[in-house]
Each structure stands twice: as C-alpha cells, then as structure tokens.
Design a protein around this ligand. Structure first.
Ligand code: ZN
Length: 234
C-alpha cells in the first residue's frame, strides 16, 4: 500500500483544484487581465462548497494554502484569509446554473475599455459574458472559463484594430446583385432553406427594401439560371 492510496479522492481533487486556481491566476496576471489585487477565481468543490481566491492578494502570486472555502451562501469554512466581496456574484452563478463549475472575473483592458465607453462587443459577445465592471466568464471547468476570458479580450482587440484600421466597408446593393448573379455562373447553390435574405448593403438606407438594380446582362444571367433550375426540376 502506497502513501498516496491512503489519501481520499476528495482530498486529492481539492489539492488539484487548489493548484489549478493558482496556475490560472498566474496566467491571468501574465496576460495582463488583472493587476495588483484585482479579479477573482472560484471552482465548485462539491454540492455545497466553493473554493475561491482571497481578497487583497495578487491572484498571479497565490499559493494553494492562500485559498478560501465557503458554502453557497458565502459562509466561510476554511482558510486563514478572507474571501473577496465579489464572491457574491460567483455564488449567484453557482446557485442559478448547476452546469457551471468554475468562474473567472477579471478586467481585461480592451474588453473593459469597451464597457467603460458604454459599448457592447455585439459581434464578439459570448452568452456567458457579463461586461459591466470588468468581465465574468463561467464554464464546466476553470480552463474553459479562462479560455472564454481570453476570447473576450482577443475579440475586443480585433474589433479595436478593425476600427483603427478604418471603417468596415459594406458592399453596395449593385455589387451584391452582381455577386448573386456570379453565384449562378460558379454553380454555387443557396444554403438549405434559401439563405437568410440579402445582406445589409452600404446603400440599404437609400433604396426601397428588396429593390435591386441590375444591368441587362446581369438580369439575363438571373433569368437563364431560373430557367435552368426550372428545367432541372422537371
Ligand atoms: Zn472587478
């Protein structure tokens, strides 16, 4: 019998999770998602206990013994340090979402900048994300929650880079019509269900809805394509 086999599974699991919180905390700090004593991390230990980071400490420099255990109401069980006041937000997630086993809260600067400017990251926003004061991500495990935090910041950086590089340029309705006609030439079929309608164009505001201007040649191509499809059906 080895010494390791005498340690109960629950204790081994807790030890592993303690180390994981320290590792992810270090990654968050190194990635610049948190500075000083900002941010907090937590995991669900079992049906009634949460393991979380302490308040007033740098989350990139934690040791496994610095972590705190509380119940789902925030009452502290163990650990010499005090849990973060932001733990209440984590507990709300755990009570509402039984599928959530881990939570990250950080202030990734680009994503937080969008929030501070009162702007959502509409194209980048994940359903798990709450961007108000900083960002909160959750997941079935801590690594997933961390990756979601990385994804938010990465998306925010791309959005910002696109805006610095210039306004996104939409195609005109005339260009869209040309592309639609070209689809027939290249035998590109519409997606099942006929696609989601025409895309938004740069001049959508000026032309009546569903009205497209075509040259004679483009119209001929569309008619030919319709006739060809009709024949193929018969
Ligand atoms: Zn915060």
């Amino acid at each position: 019998m080895t010494l390791d086999s005498l340690i109960p599974d629950a204790a081994k699991r807790e030890e592993g999770l303690r180390r994981e919180i320290c590792t992810i905390g270090r990654r968050m700090y190194e990635r610049g998602f948190i500075v000083a004593a900002e941010g907090n991390l937590s995991v669900r230990l079992d049906g009634r206990r949460i393991l979380t980071t302490p308040t007033c400490m740098n989350k990139g420099m934690l040791g496994p013994e610095d972590l705190v255990i509380t119940d789902l109401e925030g009452r502290q069980f163990g650990g010499g340090r005090k849990a973060s006041s932001e733990l209440a937000m984590h507990l709300l997630f755990y009570r509402m979402r039984p599928d959530v086993n881990a939570i990250c809260h950080a202030h990734p600067p680009t994503a937080t900048g969008f929030a501070a400017a009162g702007r959502g990251l509409d194209r980048a926003l994940l359903p798990e994300v709450v961007v108000g004061h900083g960002a909160v991500t959750c997941g079935p495990d801590l690594l997933t929650a961390f990756f979601r935090m990385e994804t938010i910041e990465h998306s925010a950086k791309i959005t910002l880079a696109a805006e610095i590089a210039g306004e996104p340029v939409l195609l005109s309705s005339r260009e869209v019509a040309k592309l639609m006609a070209a689809r027939a030439r290249y035998y590109v079929s519409s997606p099942p269900g006929g696609g989601g309608g025409l895309p938004l164009t740069s001049d959508s505001g000026e032309v009546a809805e569903d009205r497209v201007t075509l040259t004679r040649n483009e119209l001929d191509i569309l008619i030919e394509e319709a006739v060809r499809k009709d024949r193929a059906r018969k």
